[in-house]
Ligand binder design. Structure first.
Ligand code: ZN
Length: 142
């Protein structure tokens, strides 16, 4: 008798897998909610990190906070016109840090454990909701 067994395929044997609404990758780990006009959309981490609204917000925060921190930390050097080559890496890092912090905060806040009922074939029949739109659990009070 062979140690390799071939199992017959059946819909019950295949677990329903939630998929990213953008790249269609299976969301086996965490999924991330992004807000859009259609509702809350499910994304994988990579697609959430490049989501336009999140990137624009993080860039705006980085511009404001980076400019303030540059003025506080390097303002005297810049005003004296005594800028050294060290500022070439200090100033970009001063803008990069608030961008990373804002993005990390948004991503951690967008992390969700909600189920994607619309992406499960057995729940999407008769539903007009597009695949990837989040449906809250019954006891979810948000
Ligand atoms: Zn994705």
């Amino acid at each position: 008798m062979s140690s390799t067994q071939i199992r017959a395929w059946s819909p019950e044997a295949v677990p329903a897998v939630a998929r990213c609404g953008r790249c269609r990758r299976a969301l086996t780990g965490a999924l991330y909610e992004v807000r859009a006009r259609e509702g809350r959309l499910a994304r994988c981490l990579r697609c959430a990190l490049i989501y336009g609204s999140l990137v624009r917000r993080s860039l705006a925060i980085a511009f404001v906070v980076g400019t303030l921190l540059t003025a506080i930390n390097q303002g005297n050097v810049i005003l004296r016109d005594d800028a050294s080559l060290a500022l070439a890496w200090k100033i970009p890092l001063t803008y990069a840090v608030p961008y990373c912090v804002a993005t990390a905060g948004a991503i951690l806040n967008a992390r969700s454990k909600q189920v994607l009922l619309a992406s499960h074939p057995e729940h999407s029949e008769g539903s007009s909701a597009p695949v990837g739109i989040l449906h809250p659990l019954q006891n979810d009070n948000r």
